[in-house]
Structure formats: C-alpha cells, structure tokens
Design a protein around this ligand. Structure first.
Ligand SMILES: C[S@@+](CC[C@H](N)C(=O)[O-])C[C@H]1O[C@@H](n2cnc3c(N)ncnc32)[C@H](O)[C@@H]1O
Length: 212
C-alpha cells in the first residue's frame, strides 16, 4: 500500500533516491521515516511557513532534507546527531541535495548540544523529535523551552507496535515513550494528539502538538 501511495502522490525523486543509496552504502540502519512521512513533515513545515526547524536525531539526513525543502528563503534547520559517522554521511547527503547553507548538523548527545542552541537564542517554529526514546521527556522540555508560541512539535515512534500500552514493560525505550506521554497529560504548555500509523515501517505512530 505504501508503494501505491508513493507511486500516486510522491513523484520520482532522484535526490532522495541518492540519499537512500548513500545511506545503504555507508551501512546506516534503515530506520529513517517512510517516504510518506517524510513528505508529511515537508507539508506540515511548509504549512507552518517555518523559519527555523529543529530536528533531534539526524541519522543520514533523510528527514532533514525533506524538512529543509520547506524552509523559507532565509530559513535554517539545525539537526542533532550523536553518531559522528552518521553525521558525516548526513552532511554529504545535505550537500548533494543543495542545502549545506541552510542545514547545520550538530554532533554530540542532544542533551549536551541543545544548550548551544539556547545560547544562540534561536527559537523554532517546527520541531521533530526522532532520537533516543529514553530521553523523549527531556526533549519535550527542551522543545518547550526553544519553541516560538504556536510552534509545531512532532515526536516519532510513540506507539511502538502497541507496546506503549503495556504498563508492565521492561523495555527502556517503551518506558521512555510512556514518560513522555505522561508529561503531555494536561500539560498547559502544549496541545497535542497522537496518530497511529501502519505501513512500510510497520505499526507505530507519532505525537503532534502545538506549543501554546
Ligand atoms: C530514528 S534515527 C533518526 C532518523 C531520521 N530522523 C530520519 O528519519 O532520517 C535516530 C537517530 O538518533 C540518534 N541518536 C540517538 N541518541 C541520540 C542522542 N542522545 N543525541 C543525538 N542523537 C541521538 C541515532 O544515532 C540515530 O541516528
């Protein structure tokens, strides 16, 4: 079904084809967002007319490039990646795609590099959380700190094959998402929902919210 949707709605894209090829060659795990999700991120960032975008979890830069395509003329995307080898591949992909002036890949643990953005006084209109699930609650708190009012926050993988429903789980990633979801309950700073998804990446879902 994903193939059908991509075939109908996402024209052949040599840049993204190249990104996937380089990622495969570099041995980067196939854990980037699906094509349909990449396009959704692009559409939402475009709708938001995003000036500054923050991504936590770069991998090979696939979702970064989708979002960079939505940036306004003077827009900027900062993407945070822990693994220096992945970051190097991402930078290469971003350069090939023509966004090296608009996208900064910041290497290090996101909790160590987010303060750099705070020091720079950059505020964001669009934030995509897609890194280690154990820190999702911390990333939510940072997002609220670094967001403009009305900013859109999206966090990926919040369903995890339905495991997030399991209160007896011992999986640290699932527990991380549960803490994140608990932090959203009646949170006065953000109005949110979550959507379950099924497709080429299996059964999962994402949280989407607007910062008040
Ligand atoms: C699911 S992948 C991101 C996929 C990417 N957003 C895409 O769709 O193309 C998660 C990434 O987060 C990175 N990561 C894990 N822990 C991190 C941390 N503490 N700080 C920054 N990045 C981290 C991983 O190395 C991995 O590249």
């Amino acid at each position: 079904m994903d193939d059908y949707l991509v075939d109908k709605l996402i024209p052949f894209d040599s840049t993204m084809e190249q990104v996937q090829k380089l990622n495969n060659e570099a041995g980067i795990p196939d854990i980037n967002v699906a094509e349909t999700h990449g396009k959704l991120l692009y559409l939402l960032a475009k709708l938001k007319n995003a000036q500054n975008i923050l991504e936590i979890g770069t991998l090979g830069g696939y979702s970064s490039i989708w979002m960079a395509r939505a940036l306004s003329e003077n827009g900027k995307l900062y993407t945070l990646e822990f693994n220096p080898d992945y970051a190097k591949v991402a930078e290469q992909n971003i350069r090939h795609a023509g966004y090296e002036d608009k996208v900064d890949v910041i290497v290090g643990k996101a909790l160590d590099t987010l303060p750099i953005l705070e020091e720079k006084n950059v505020l964001f209109d669009f934030i995509f959380i897609d890194a280690d699930k154990e820190n999702y609650e911390n990333y939510l708190n940072w997002s609220l700190k670094l967001a403009n009012p009305g900013a859109l926050v999206i966090a990926d993988n919040v369903v995890r094959n339905g495991e997030v429903f399991d209160e007896t789980t011992e999986d640290a990633r699932v527990k991380g998402v549960q803490q994140f979801m608990d932090a959203l309950v009646n949170n006065p700073a953000i109005d949110s929902t979550a959507i379950q998804t099924v497709g080429v990446k299996g059964y999962d879902g994402f949280m989407i919210g607007i910062v008040k």
